[in-house]
Design a protein around this ligand. Structure first.
Ligand SMILES: [Ca+2]
Length: 263
């Protein structure tokens, strides 16, 4: 890898890992990388090459590789490991304070005109999953939600972006509304929609369907008989949603592979 901007990478790294743990969490790293303004697909590929073992975090070397790949892609060079040794301008993370950083901003892309409105039946599934995860004081801790989100197999930078949009009050937990936003964005990304840079108006609190208390009735109105059946029914939403997410992820990745067999 070219050493020309290693000092700059070090500055970035120390901001994200001030205690020298040699580890930057997935969400922190993803949040930083997306400041590059690169499309989600490129960031996903960068993540895959920077964390080849799929550990879910970046060590110092992985972070430097990620920075170099960002610089290469911004310089319109191919995202190939053999290009890491190529010269390139400094990566642009929209930050003028680091040594060597460019100050020019990348052009803002217009938000796609996609309607993200949550349908009542979708809200039922998100509510059911929220209940199954056993919230405390109507909130789920970040670790619990991250496990569910990572089950979607979406690239870390995309999950980081979704987390940023969902945790509206930045308390590291998701309440029922925030969880609905997170699950809906995961679901829509698996459907092929791009995640917007700002929360769409249709995902504002007043636009989300009212919370539906109690378990989802997946029995078409036929009452479940007995406590054991009820227990199974309570688990169904989770199984159903996870299967649904995995299936859609597989389809989406298959479509990408067909478009780009080398991916
Ligand atoms: Ca929150």
């Amino acid at each position: 890898m070219s050493g020309r901007y290693l000092t700059q990478y070090e500055v970035y790294y120390k901001r994200l890992d001030p205690d020298g743990k040699n580890q930057i969490g997935a969400m922190e790293a993803a949040t930083f990388l997306k400041k590059s303004g690169l499309p989600d697909e490129s960031l996903g590929k960068i993540w895959d090459q920077s964390d080849p073992e799929g550990r879910g975090y970046l060590d110092r070397t992985g972070f430097f590789v990620a920075c170099k790949f960002v610089a290469l892609v911004q310089d319109h060079q191919d995202l190939l490991a053999c290009n890491l040794k190529n010269e390139s301008p400094a990566p642009n993370f929209g930050d003028a304070t680091a040594p060597g950083a460019k100050t020019a901003k990348l052009p803002n892309k217009p938000a796609p005109s996609v309607n993200f409105l949550v349908k009542p039946e979708e809200k039922r599934k998100y509510d059911a999953l929220f209940n199954q995860l056993q919230p405390v004081d109507e909130k789920l801790p970040g670790d619990k939600v991250r496990q569910v989100m990572m089950g979607s197999k979406l690239p870390m930078p995309i999950l980081g972006k979704i987390w940023d949009l969902s945790d509206v009050d930045r308390d590291g937990c998701l309440d029922r509304y925030e969880f609905t936003v997170a699950m809906h964005l995961v679901y829509r990304r698996l459907q092929g929609d791009n995640i917007p840079d700002v929360l769409p108006l249709e995902l504002g609190p007043s636009k989300i369907p009212q919370s539906l208390s109690g378990p989802v009735n997946l029995n078409n109105g036929v009452p479940a008989a007995g406590p054991r059946v009820k227990k199974i029914m309570l688990r169904l939403p989770v199984v159903f949603l996870l299967m649904f997410l995995s299936l859609n992820s597989l389809r989406w990745r298959l479509r990408r592979w067909r478009r780009c067999p080398g991916w």
